[in-house]
Design a protein around this ligand. Structure first.
Ligand SMILES: NC(=O)c1ccc[n+]([C@@H]2O[C@H](COP(=O)([O-])OP(=O)(O)OC[C@H]3O[C@@H](n4cnc5c(N)ncnc54)[C@H](OP(=O)(O)O)[C@@H]3O)[C@@H](O)[C@H]2O)c1
Length: 289
């Protein structure tokens, strides 16, 4: 099956490479076209525009940074809408808000195409090895048609029904992850400042009830103030912002997440937005008067 792939950032590159390695014919596009070169070396074709990719492929996947980027790829000149038609499917895998996802869905289906939103949980290492968790909703026939590709990219795919549900679920998941990371950072900062060895903290957490792959993966680098980018902090802050808006819309108090969002905003104001989201640790580092 010929799959189109729009957006070759940290995640899109790893996911499309994985599809190629598993034998899919993939046509790629990226706003900065030079980023397609590595994929071409692996056997991908390039579409000059999102419209050109959709014209060529039965199913096209998008994996771009945020709602504005997702809208741009679909609605701008040479965008997806120009070529989407009956028999073609569009899968939005970027993390975006449900309203944006519904807007894209309506535009695609009004042209006869089918739409699935399928944001993912997991980082680029999971993307490289096909171990993502895929949270999908929308057209069930398209979900079923794309299942072989989804099974290459992910270790498990959830189907949650109507469009918007998967976008909401992904925001809930990242609200939890974002607050966990800020609390973990405060703990590391407090351990350090109060004369404890932070690696002892990691060892203790690792054998207790709070052990998680997230803390295990991030902790050792964090205590050395290393924040190699896996999930850019600016995207985690975007997810907190979208999750808080979801809280507002549903009259749910989210005071802890709101405080965590402030920490991510502060980190962005310190120029840390392109580092890994674990760099939020820099915000809670001990102050000196
Ligand atoms: N990284 C992770 O661990 C992770 C995990 C789960 C979900 N996600 C989500 O997956 C999505 C992609 O994340 P990422 O980490 O791959 O981000 P990234 O490395 O920052 O890549 C962003 C991609 O979006 C493109 N883009 C940005 N603005 C655009 C625009 N206006 N029009 C067209 N393309 C645009 C970029 O193109 P250029 O190359 O031209 O800049 C690039 O291909 C985000 O929604 C993120 O929240 C990420």
């Amino acid at each position: 099956m010929e799959i189109g792939f729009l957006g070759l950032g940290i995640m899109g590159k790893a996911m499309s490479m994985n599809l190629i390695k598993k034998g899919f014919k993939v046509t790629v596009w990226n706003r900065t076209l030079s980023r397609c070169d590595e994929l071409v070396e692996m056997g991908a074709s390039v579409g000059e525009t999102p419209a050109a990719v959709v014209k060529k492929c039965k199913i096209t996947i998008a994996m771009v940074s945020d709602p504005a980027a997702a809208l741009s790829v679909v609605f701008d000149k040479d965008g997806v809408l120009e070529e989407i038609s009956s028999g073609k499917g569009y899968m939005e895998m970027s993390t975006i808000d449900p309203e944006t996802s519904c807007k894209i869905s309506e535009a695609i289906t009004s042209k006869g195409g089918s739409f699935v939103e399928a944001p993912v949980s997991g980082g680029y290492k999971h993307a490289e090895t096909g171990q993502l968790v895929i949270i999908a909703a929308g057209d069930k026939a398209l979900f079923d048609e794309a299942i072989l590709a989804l099974n290459v990219m992910g270790k498990k795919s959830f189907y949650l029904g109507q469009v918007g549900n998967a976008a909401r679920m992904k925001l809930v998941v990242n609200l939890i992850m974002g607050t966990m990371m800020t609390t973990f950072s405060e703990g590391i900062g407090l351990a350090e400042r109060s004369g404890l060895n932070p690696s002892d903290l990691l060892d203790i957490l690792d054998v207790g009830a709070m052990a998680t792959p997230l803390l295990k993966a991030k902790g050792p680098n964090m205590i050395k103030s290393n924040f190699p980018t896996a999930f850019p902090l600016k995207h985690q802050q975007k997810d907190m912002r979208l999750a808080l808006a979801l809280g507002d819309e549903n009259a749910v108090s989210t005071p802890v997440a709101a405080a965590a969002n402030e920490a991510y905003k502060k980190a962005r104001s310190m120029g840390l937005g392109n580092l890994d989201f674990s760099a939020v640790l820099e915000v809670v580092k001990p102050y000196k008067d």
